[in-house]
Design a protein around this ligand. Sequence first.
Ligand code: ATP
Length: 359
Amino acid sequence: MAYLTLRNVNKIYPNGFHAVHDFCLEAERGEFIVFVGPSGCGKSTTLRMIAGLEDISKGEFLIDGQLANQWGPREREVAMVFQSYALYPNMTVYDNLAFGLNLQGVDEDVIEERVQKTAKILGLTDYLDRMPRALSGGQRQRVAVGRSIIRKVGIFLMDEPLSNLDAKQRVTMRSEITQIHRETGATTIYVTHDQTEAMTMADRIVVMKNGYVQQVGTPKEVYFHPVNMFVAGFIGEPPMNFIRRRVENGCIAVGEHVIDLRPRLGQQAAAFEGKDIVFGFRPEAIVLGDKGKDSASVSGTVELTEMLGDNANVYVDVDTDKVILKVSPHEIPEMDSRVCFSIPNESIYLFDAQTEMTL
Ligand code: ATP
């Protein structure tokens, strides 16, 4: 049985705004689930309903098989880390960590042991006597995480916990949180708008848009088998390229090339005759040059190149469609030159231009 179950959970705010629609999810004990999506898509609202900080307007929320809609945050045994660290400014790191346990009336020596252990996991042992203002952003965030894990709860909820950190600190904390999760084994739900965080940390990702779940899957599933154009464009950096074309005789024309869609679409090809289709490919899936059989060749004009070190982004104009190619730093084409590239058949995605669903 799943540890956490959300069954058609909805949130309608008092002003009538329907923020979350029929959210369904089953999370296993110990799973690390990431909710990802653009600002305002309902991630925090869903997390807050799980935490018991927000009422569930419609639907069921179960913990370990028991209906928990009406349970308070304490009964749910959740710990939550917010974007703002919410540390007590007048307490030392030690007291910040010990605070929750003190409230619960836990024995002093048990508190001492747990504070020391938590501080060790998080590399805070040397900072226990400091006040939060004397810590860096990353250290403060670690105290905030420490305050949650010290309580040994079953469910760990995090709302954009890394957004106040700089890029380097984020990368470090990302792996630290993953490590802590491995050590504590708590079922974790983590909210972010950053697809890289989602891809690197999650066992499974829930992609949301406008209050609706678009897809639930492992990082590999959402990357390789996106269900629609939104997921395909949201997961992956730079995003997937899309070229919209009219289907004629089972083919589309891209630049001077004609791409036969019939082998991919099979029986469906006839249904798209005379209609628009979206041809998608990832910047990193291309190979420079015309590779002929088993791939689709496309050409365009190089508009801009960006050298990133381990690779380079090449911005190409294909019949006024803008696409990005990821190439090796040793094969960056000249600006304004014509470039031909191939997309292996297995890396081509086709979408219904009307419904935006993957074909
Ligand atoms: P962000 O990444 O910006 O935090 P989010 O995906 O977490 O976004 P939510 O905070 O869950 O989004 O908000 C979802 C939608 O619900 C937004 O359109 C927001 O304006 C709306 N909303 C949030 N709180 C309330 C409220 N108390 N009353 C009415 N609408 C609200």
